[in-house]
Design a protein around this ligand. Sequence first.
Ligand SMILES: [Zn+2]
Length: 434
Amino acid sequence: MNSKPKTTVTFYNGLTTIGGPMIEVAYGKSHVLFDLGEVYRPELGLSMEDEDFETLLKYQLIGDVPNFYDPQITGKPIDTKRWEHSAAYISHLHLDHSKALNLLAPEIPLYAGPITAHLLPVLNQDGNFLLPAANKPKNYTRPIISAELNKPIQVGDITLTIVPSDHDAYGATGLIVKTPDKTIVHTGDIRLHGYHPDWVHNFMKAGHRCDMLIIEGTGVSWPERVNEENSEEFTGQKNEKELTKTIVQYQKDNPKRQLTFNTYPTNVERILRIISDSPRKVVLHAKRAELLKKALKQDVPYYYLPEDEKIDALDPNLEISYADLLADDHQYFWQVVGHYDQLQEGGLYIHSNAEPLGDFDPAYKPFIENIEKRGIELVTLRCSGHADIAELKEIIAGFEPKILAPVHTLHPELEENPFGERILPKRGETVTLS
Ligand SMILES: [Zn+2]
């Protein structure tokens, strides 16, 4: 006699490290997987060519997830008798949540919010964003279904609802998974100090009293830094709106000075706000302008470096010459992406969560030294994409989960659940909800 199926949650990767969560929810013959990223470990010095399937598993950069990856990559068939309904989801377009999406078997549907679904193929058009798919050109991006937000998607016995959230990746979403007897919430990466705290509050309402809340915990990863954040040396910005204001203020305070900046490509909303609020004319490097054009159909002033190839998608009337930018000290606020040796001495460069991202990247220190050596003042203006300790508490209180499962953090044990149980699953562990 068959007993009634139970909901299980398996934690394949991304637990005690920041990034790369891979989690499966299963019920009966249906199962879903989220997300499909790769853990970021620059210290390994691996190039994209080095990252074959074995290497990814060996360094735990991805999870050893059965029955989801492409058999052409794993050499193992998918057990379609056991699993009649499968689907996958990615919460946002950061690489630690998306880079491995081409490894998913082609016949398994992959869902994401509309912005994530539209931007990823553009980001990967040169083939250096995502891991490659089997037997496809390097710049191939497998189909991503642009899901309608807040509208349930049926995967056999399981229902997925993708909801808008807030993170420093444009278009970030969260996920509500319902099986016939349980509700599981996956926050993705989340914060309350971005442009859309109201969306996060709605997400909390929709997932209120869920059976399990899988929450990211980046913000509790560095308990030793708690006092630092309250000190005067802390250069982080309280929220995204403050950050834009500070950038505008630098322009007002420096009417005759070369002013340049860079941000991270996937924080599209930050760059849109910089463009709309800046007193100076904002000029982007052609590659970044192309991203805005292709993904959002937005035209912005741009420039080419001498070595760049022309991009057909861009309006030639909006091109500003690189020579004009190099000579300018009052008209432009422009995105610099290299050749720091050509900038004016005495200028100001704002590094706003651009690459290299920080101390943990071996490229960071030489980068900073190189700019300062040129006599350019370097200002780092950061705003975290992640909830801090207080915000995490607020988010947990908003959901009031029966079980809390912290992932995506160096210290999952520092997230607590006043509303029920807190579990600390091991890599590869399956939890049965009964
Ligand atoms: Zn992220």
